[in-house]
Design a protein around this ligand. Structure first.
Ligand code: F6R
Length: 366
């Protein structure tokens, strides 16, 4: 079953061009975005809402955080993201015009399920589940469903489920934009082209694995790591830190790079590697000045840049470039290097990659 791979996690990381391609297939076949992609009841659901609330746990929550940037900028609809285990136990201000979006690979996560039930009990009837397992509990409890087509995910650490969730959420953002009359034909064409190019861009990112292995050797003996990103790449920094801690047991934290001087900069010294997600976007110059702050404190930086982000190697600054500039879908492409970094670091540390200690694949208890 593993084929040429040593672990399911490695296999699943490498399956992502296929997983992403299967998940975008419906959009490509449809030759555009639209409620029909979300089933028969979707047109009515999308008409009835004027805000989005995303509920999820763990990696799925980070997919939701990424989606907030897309939904607010592309669709112009207010979007909040909340950890399911928090939402379910607090007093909320009900908004029946809010689309409740749950994201779950397994479709069985108890806290996400309970958060959904709670929202429904408070009068939120418009519910969408983004899920990888057909007919699991959460999609069954939701009015409309969008299935990611990652295929069975066996490694405990979520990889291909995350990138396909991002594809589904981008599709949601574009569809909401279309329904609300905010998507020009030209924009729709542009986003479709970006989706079409995505499997190839993911494959290109996988091809940088040998360079990442060299970095992983340096990470393995460390006890801490810091991940930085800004804007839509901040959730990818969070995902990178979660992946590293869960499979290599190295303590890692992520911050939006602009927060550095509000506290975490005090942690930076020669023994703290700092991973920076820095593709060329409108925040790149800001990220560069954040990097200078780290450098001035003796920190060693590991920067994931893209073809366009005119970064140069320097003392204490290592750079790996993803081979394309991928625009609005860049967070999907830049997930690949952080997955590979955590995988190869865990290999070097010698942990049980597919079954990290204390964790379960499907969390059906509180
Ligand atoms: C991390 C990981 C977990 C899950 C979380 C939610 O790699 O896999 O954080 O993302 O337990 O699981 P689902 O998506 O099944 O609800």
């Amino acid at each position: 079953e593993l084929g040429p791979y040593r672990h399911f996690m490695q296999k699943e990381i490498h399956e992502q061009p296929r997983a992403v391609s299967d998940t975008i297939e419906a959009v490509i076949d449809n030759n555009g975005f639209g409620p029909e992609l979300f089933g028969d009841k979707a047109a009515e659901v999308f008409d009835a809402i004027d805000a989005v609330k995303i509920l999820a746990c763990g990696t799925s929550y980070y997919a939701g955080m990424t989606a907030k940037y897309w939904i607010e900028s592309i669709a112009g609809i207010r979007c909040d993201v909340e950890i399911a285990s928090e939402y379910r136990y607090r007093d909320i201000v009900a908004n029946p015009k809010e689309l409740i979006v749950t994201i779950s690979q397994s479709g069985e996560t108890l806290d996400t399920m309970e958060a959904l039930k709670y929202a429904k009990s408070q009068g939120m009837e418009q519910t969408l589940s983004i899920c990888n397992v057909p007919e699991s509990a959460i999609p069954r409890a939701s009015k409309i469903v969008y299935y990611t087509r990652a295929g069975a995910e066996i490694g405990v650490a979520s990889t291909k489920a995350f990138t396909t969730q991002l594809v589904a959420l981008f599709t949601l953002a574009c569809t909401l934009a279309k329904v609300k009359g905010r998507l020009t034909a030209e924009q729709e064409h542009g986003y479709l082209e970006e989706l079409r190019a995505l499997p190839g861009s993911v494959q290109h990112a996988l091809n940088i694995e040998p360079q990442i292995i060299a970095w992983a050797e340096k990470f393995a003996p460390k006890h801490n790591a810091l991940f930085l990103g800004r804007g839509v790449h901040y959730p990818i920094a969070l995902e990178g830190a979660l992946k590293l801690k869960e499979i290599s047991y190295i303590h890692a934290e992520a911050y939006p790079a602009g927060e550095l001087k509000h506290g975490p900069l005090a942690l930076v010294d020669e023994s703290m590697p700092v991973v920076v997600i820095a593709p060329n976007d409108q925040l790149l110059e800001k990220v560069k000045s954040n990097i200078q702050e780290v450098r001035a404190r003796g920190g060693e930086m590991f920067v994931f840049a893209d073809l366009d982000s005119n970064f140069s190697e320097a003392e204490q600054v290592h750079v790996i470039r993803t081979p394309r500039h991928t625009g609005v879908l860049s967070p999907i492409v830049h997930t690949i290097p952080v997955q590979l970094l955590s995988y190869h670091t865990a290999l070097a540390v010698g942990t049980d990659v597919d079954k990290p200690r204390n964790l379960a694949k499907s969390v059906t208890v509180e």
